[in-house]
Design a protein. Structure first.
Length: 96
């Protein structure tokens, strides 16, 4: 950066990783889907476990505790405030 006379560039900057599609497909296993258990990481319910019940759009989901068990009421929240777990329930979209 700059013209200090040195024209050497770190070899790390030249590394580009190309992964085949089959590797990328097996890389992600925690999808945002109805039935996925998640940990709330931000907000008044942070630290509590909830279940994704419905998908509103690409950034928001409806989650439910249920409130009597976990203290999380059914409400809409951004996906970025959730930490998805490996556990998934077999429920249909919008289950009560």
């Amino acid at each position: 950066f700059g013209s200090s006379g040195s024209s050497t560039v770190s070899p790390v900057l030249h590394l580009v990783f190309f992964l085949p599609a089959s590797v990328l497909a097996t890389m992600y296993t925690r999808f945002v889907e109805p039935g996925r258990l998640a940990l709330i990481t931000y907000g008044p319910c942070s630290g509590k476990v909830c279940t994704v019940v419905d998908i509103v759009d690409q950034k928001r989901v409806v989650v439910d505790g249920p409130e009597s068990v976990t203290g999380v009421p059914r409400h809409m929240m951004p996906v970025k405030r959730l930490s998805l777990t490996d556990f998934k329930l077999n429920i249909t979209r919008g289950a009560r």
